[in-house]
Design a protein around this ligand. Structure first.
Ligand SMILES: *Cc1c(COP(=O)(O)O)cnc(C)c1O
Length: 422
């Protein structure tokens, strides 16, 4: 695509954007001067859909008027409530509805999945993760290793970028799996990487891991609602994600989990179990031995928090309508425009550590500003940009296709340029 460095061009792009109307379905944070912020933090906490308030009100009203009867007689009965979300959730992550469930929060789900898919045995007792994995993922993996009486120093293999490089190379990941696969019980990578914005090829990594007899799972916190994940087709064993980043379900909002259907009827898979994973037709008889749902719902523990669930559902309805294909198409153009503008500041001033190949990234650029410190970030915040700063010198920005405009991207660039020149 041919981009131009002008506000007129940005506005023309917005006029042509078939998703432009979605911006008005979200609340944009407002500055003290009454203007909306340029919000580029949807990779950290997505904005509030305007429909969320009414969705929560509905559940409060039904609770108020019906009490426990709401489980069956609420407008959206609470008993099967999670099922209302499944179809749209499955579409977002590219899975069969039976393979997906909205439950718990991300790190909780990661633990539940590791209970099932990290089963160290003899020499095959290791977990492969990224060296710069999100801290929670690393803590979770290390504590699982210790839970099995093993030592993380020996059992955690960390994938490191080559000296002088920031992103991992796929051929290096393949090499490690090739060389050490016989000792790896679980390959568990983030997808997309939260720091660099690098996307990993789920299908290929799964193939490499499976060829060596490893289980392969992904943390898609930064992938869900951002990239076309095609989880089913990619054949990975499990995936987990949160719904509050690109998926706009509110602070601390609920997570999701995917388990490939081939594991649904495998009685040998260990699992931490609770009543919501029990066959729903007999769940309330209470006395039966555990009879798991024949779907990923078997991993559910508790009856879910309906208020939190209502927010996820409100957001998923918007995703279902906009569609991941159209969102992805816009994301490529929008992130490409951001890259084009930022690069015009010159290689001597900035370095984008996110891969330049659109296939290897989603809606995020991690921009390193030479010789900058946090003051630069404070200036752009004061000028109306909400972004994210990572020590020592990286600004992370996410122009998300759902509600960001090309004009947002241009405004960010202008503010950054002025802050750097000053
Ligand atoms: C955001 C994020 C988390 C946060 O975990 P919670 O359990 O939702 O608090 C964990 N891992 C990754 C990779 C993330 O991006």
């Amino acid at each position: 695509m041919k981009y131009e460095n002008s506000l007129t061009f940005a506005r023309q792009m917005d006029e042509k954007d078939e998703l432009r109307a979605y911006r008005s379905q979200f609340h944009l944070p407002i500055q003290k001067n009454g203007q909306a912020y340029v919000y580029l933090c949807g990779n950290s906490l997505g904005l509030q859909p305007k429909t969320v308030e009414a969705a929560l009100q509905q559940e409060l009203l039904d609770w108020k008027n019906l009490g426990v009867e709401g489980h069956f007689h609420a407008k959206n009965p609470w008993m099967p409530y999670h099922e209302f979300l499944t179809h749209a959730m499955a579409k977002v992550v590219g899975a069969k509805p039976e393979e997906v469930v909205v439950m718990n929060t991300l790190t909780v789900n990661l633990h539940l999945m590791m209970v099932s898919f990290y089963r160290p045995k003899n020499k095959r007792n290791k977990i492969l993760i990224e060296a710069d994995a999100f801290p929670s993922d690393k803590y979770a993996a290390e504590s699982q290793i210790r839970f099995h009486g093993l030592d993380p120093k020996e059992c955690l293999i960390e994938l490191k970028a080559r000296p002088g490089e920031v992103c991992l190379r796929h051929e290096d990941i393949q090499q490690v799996i090739e060389n050490q696969g016989d000792e790896i019980a679980l390959v568990m990578l983030g997808n997309t990487n939260y720091y660099t914005g690098q996307y990993f090829d789920i299908k290929k990594i799964t193939e490499w891991g499976h060829a060596k007899g490893c289980f392969v799972g992904f943390d898609c916190a930064h992938g869900a609602g951002n990239m076309p994940l095609n989880l089913h087709e990619s054949n990975c064993d499990f995936a987990v994600w949160c719904n509050y980043k690109y998926l706009n379900s509110g602070p601390g909002g609920m997570g999701g989990a995917y388990v490939h259907e081939r594991h649904h009827h495998d009685a040998a898979i260990p699992r931490f179990e609770g009543w919501w994973g029990h066959n729903k037709t007999t769940r309330f008889k209470m006395r039966d031995a555990f009879d798991p749902m024949p779907t990923t719902e078997a991993w559910q523990l508790s009856n879910p928090p309906i208020l939190a669930m209502a927010a996820v559902w409100a957001s998923l309805k918007i995703f279902d309508e906009a569609g991941m294909d159209r969102l992805r198409k816009k994301a490529i153009a929008l992130t490409g425009y951001m890259e084009f503008l930022v690069k015009s500041l010159g290689d001597d001033v900035i370095n984008i550590i996110t891969p330049s190949d659109p296939k290897q990234r989603g809606s995020q650029l991690s921009i390193q500003v030479k010789n900058a410190d946090k003051k630069l970030f404070e200036i752009i915040t004061e000028k109306g940009v909400i972004a994210d700063w990572r020590e020592p010198d990286v600004i992370r920005v996410a122009p998300v296709p759902m509600y960001n405009s090309f004009e947002d991207v241009f405004n960010f660039y202008e503010i950054l340029k002025r802050a750097i020149i000053n």
